[in-house]
Write a protein that binds this ligand. Structure first.
Ligand code: GDP
Length: 336
């Protein structure tokens, strides 16, 4: 076990075929904290306290673009489709190996064929054909973790700074143009909003953080109940922390990732707006560069690479890949 998780990954360097430049600079260091949930052994563990007094800087944020009603192209993920033609060297320990994924020396070919596009996520044995969303419905808004559904179905929570593209991603995942509008209705934006998917698992829309205009007291309340939710929800399989890849890294996002890691809450970093091209006012960086920069800022706190994925709700980049990732985490969670 020790050999597999700690030593072997450091010895192996795989040549992988990926569509874009992933975080090839990512270095991994041992963490002082073991993962909270042994069932997800390679989820990130961090060792830095979040600063609750963080001041949010929105000065370099771009004007939002309105594409909410854009037509969604219908695409089906094919696990066997070619993964692009850019050759990069990616050490095994920069990949997120889901529970059940077995990678042994000499198996590099198999790994190459099963890395999800624009991510470091390997498809493991728990990835099944149940990834696509067939139906999705709003269930309820809860103001306290205790009010959330109690049926024990597995759930994934989406969280991120306001305007990061959370509603757009949710709509994209479920292929519905306006499902997430439910959570934007007055009175529900600061609630825990549950959506049931295929009658078997939940997507949970959490309040956005970093509202510059909200009163300090109100912000503290939302933060507190969101954090209580993370710490008390037993059926929370993983948090999906959304980071805007079209602007440089924000301290508040780094703090949030840090807090989740320190509290051993499994997380996936979802980089949004990856379709946005270079603009002068965001420092001229491409999304790939911002993704890389974000990861290099948090890298010293991670024992192993946390799962990360690049997405766009405009092009639907990453949508099917996220669903596959969720599917394998869910299937593993159900078995353990
Ligand atoms: P939320 O506040 O986090 O729910 O963010 P929204 O989903 O409402 O999106 C905020 C703004 O960003 C809207 O104007 C969206 O049209 C825009 N947006 C969201 N996702 C994307 C994306 O993937 N690409 C681009 N170019 N714009 C996006």
């Amino acid at each position: 076990m020790l050999l597999y998780h700690r030593i072997l990954p450091r010895l192996l360097t795989l040549t992988l075929t990926l569509p874009s430049r992933p975080a090839s600079q990512l270095l991994l260091r041992p963490s002082r904290f073991p993962p909270r949930r042994p069932s997800l052994p390679r989820c990130a563990a961090l060792c830095q306290l979040a600063d609750p007094q963080t001041v949010v800087d929105h000065s370099d944020a771009e004007e939002p673009e309105d594409h909410a009603d854009a037509e969604e192209p219908e695409t089906q993920f094919d696990a066997e489709e070619p993964l692009g033609d850019v050759q990069v060297k990616l050490p095994l320990d920069r990949l997120f190996l889901p529970p059940g994924a077995k990678v042994t020396p000499g198996d590099e070919e198999g790994v190459t064929a099963r890395v999800l596009k624009g991510s470091n996520i390997v498809l493991g044995t728990y990835a099944r054909g149940d990834a696509q969303v067939v139906n999705a419905d709003f269930v309820k808004s809860s103001v306290r973790p205790d009010d959330c559904p109690k049926d024990g179905r597995p759930e994934f929570a989406l969280v991120g700074r306001s305007n990061v593209g959370k509603s757009s991603l949710l709509n994209s995942l479920v292929r519905r143009k306006k499902l997430a509008l439910t959570s934007k209705k007055p009175g529900k934006t600061q609630c825990i909003n549950h959506f049931i998917i295929n009658d078997s698992w939940y997507l949970v829309d959490l309040p956005g953080y970093g509202y510059a205009s909200a009163p300090q007291e109100a912000r503290k309340d939302w933060d507190e109940f969101t954090r209580n939710y993370f710490l008390s929800r037993d059926n929370l399989v993983s948090v999906f922390l959304l980071i805007d890849a079209s602007i440089p890294a924000k301290k508040i996002d780094l703090d949030y990732a840090s807090w989740l890691g320190q509290n051993k809450v499994p997380m996936t970093l979802v980089f949004t707006k990856c379709d946005k091209r270079k603009k002068k006012k965001n420092g001229g960086k491409r999304p790939e560069e911002n993704v890389e920069a974000f990861q290099s800022l948090i890298r010293e706190y991670f024992e192993a690479a946390p799962p990360w994925i690049m997405t766009s709700s405009v092009t639907n980049q990453g949508r099917d890949e996220i669903l596959l990732h969720m599917s394998q985490l869910r299937n593993y969670w159900r078995k353990h």
